[in-house]
Write a protein that binds this ligand. Structure first.
Ligand code: ZN
Length: 441
């Protein structure tokens, strides 16, 4: 069995932040199973704790070229190299006390963090590790970059780097990552930038703690005032960054990550996409992470952004009208090709009544979860009352569902629905839903 790990005893280290130039001290402390990686800003009143997870990542625009956490007014910048080391060594649980706002850059790689953790010793806990296993391909892309996660028994990263620079033309590296390969191949690769960027970045107040020792600066003639640790040190560093960002998923991964020119923003996009899919898959409920506009019409592609349901369990073709939290009208064109007619009275095809209720509930879910206050929540059936089936529905019918909100509270929602064919009511029902936050159920 593969168990969770923390460190055996406290250890500290000090250094200068690459971007802020601030001198900072870190203290690593052992943590309980299932607690994850948590930073504590000991220099701020109340010593706020910020979990290293995707939901606490602060906006990239505010802090370019690094991965940062933010919660209320507490920020922690440039966590990626440290997070990468924790990923590589399989440290699942750790408290990191920090007395300033940026994790020190050390030598620009993960080397000092590895040494600190190893000097503290790694301790195995009694609880098993909980892996996220990639079962279907998941991908995200931006202009010139893409990132794909594929099923794989183990964990592998394949990276392709390609910059418009003589010394950073296309490099490719593929590696099965475990504690040993991480330490020997990835951990000591240092951060880098191009000479022409360096000045511009420092003018923007970025890279104030960077120098030719902790950052590889590539000029026309190659690396300035430094020597490479590996011929392909840059691609190894990009892999280091990627692993650190993936660690914000909050659990270890089984899969093969294929990255093309990917950086922090895209890495985080993948993590968030995985989290959304996980949430939907686990819930079997209705979740919404999309901001509908008042009175908006939604086509099938938009509906699929909202509902986790897919063929054969998506029963809404289009939303004709949406007043978030108040009312929605959806349609379903019933055709002989709908799979349920195969087994439901094939001689005399009739749409099953429970599927009409499900379809109505799907329209209700879209309406109920679209206001800001309920975004990110999941809806589960608690009760269905006052169901009346008035007419049978057959292939060729167009079902129109109208749902109206009753009492919507923070944890429950009442919805009344009616379905019509050709203006005549065919079914009506009152639904009671439980509304749960993404981590409750
Ligand atoms: Zn980096």
């Amino acid at each position: 069995m593969d168990n969770q790990k923390t460190i055996a005893r406290e250890v500290s280290l000090e250094g200068i932040g690459l971007h802020t130039g601030n001198k900072t001290k870190l203290i690593f402390k052992p943590a309980e199973a299932n607690s994850g990686i948590n930073f504590v800003r000991t220099d701020l009143a109340g010593s706020p704790m910020i979990k290293a997870s995707a939901e606490n990542v602060s906006v990239q625009l505010k802090s370019p070229r690094r991965t940062s956490l933010g919660k209320a007014s507490a920020e922690i910048h440039t966590i990626e190299h440290l997070m990468s080391v924790l990923f590589g060594l399989g440290i699942d649980n750790l408290i990191i006390e920090i007395n300033n706002k940026e994790v020190p850059g050390m030598d620009g790689s993960g080397l000092d963090f590895i040494q600190a953790i190893k000097s503290a010793g790694i301790k195995e806990l009694d609880n098993p590790r909980n892996y996220f296993t990639v079962r279907d391909p998941i991908y995200v892309e931006e202009e010139n970059a893409s990132l794909v996660a594929l099923p794989f028994d183990g964990f592998k990263v394949s990276y392709t780097l390609n910059y418009e620079h003589a010394f950073l033309k296309s490099q490719f590296k593929s590696l099965i990552i475990d504690g040993i390969s991480f330490e020997s191949e990835i951990a000591s690769a240092r951060t880098f930038c191009l000479e022409e960027e360096a000045q511009e970045l420092q003018q923007q107040g970025v890279g104030l703690g960077a120098n030719y020792d902790n950052t590889l600066v590539f000029g026309k003639g190659g690396v300035i005032k430094n020597r490479l640790r590996f011929e392909d040190e840059c691609i190894r560093h990009k892999m280091l960054d990627l692993l650190g960002d993936l660690n914000l998923l909050g659990q270890p991964i089984k899969g093969h990550i294929i990255a093309l020119r990917s950086g922090h923003a895209l890495n985080l996009k993948l993590v968030k996409k995985i989290l959304r899919q996980k949430q939907k898959a686990m819930s079997g409920g209705i979740a919404i992470d999309y901001r509908p506009v008042e009175g908006q019409k939604l086509e099938a592609v938009d509906i699929m952004k909202i509902l986790p349901h897919r063929d054969p369990f998506l029963f809404v073709d289009r939303i004709l009208e949406l007043q978030p939290g108040k009312r929605a009208v959806g349609i379903k064109n019933v055709t002989i090709n709908d799979y349920f007619f195969k087994g439901h009275f094939p001689q005399r095809p009739v749409m099953p009544g429970v599927l009409m209720l499900e379809a109505m509930a799907q329209v209700g879910g879209i309406m109920m979860l679209s206001p800001d206050a309920n975004r990110g929540k999941l809806a589960f059936f608690m009760a269905i009352n006052n169901v009346k089936f008035r007419k049978t529905v057959v292939p060729g019918d167009q079902l129109i569902f109208e749902v109206i909100a009753g009492k919507i509270k923070s944890k429950t929602g009442q919805v009344s629905g009616k379905a019509y064919v050709d203006g005549k009511a065919v079914v009506e029902a009152d639904f009671m839903f439980a509304l749960a936050g993404p981590n409750e159920s």
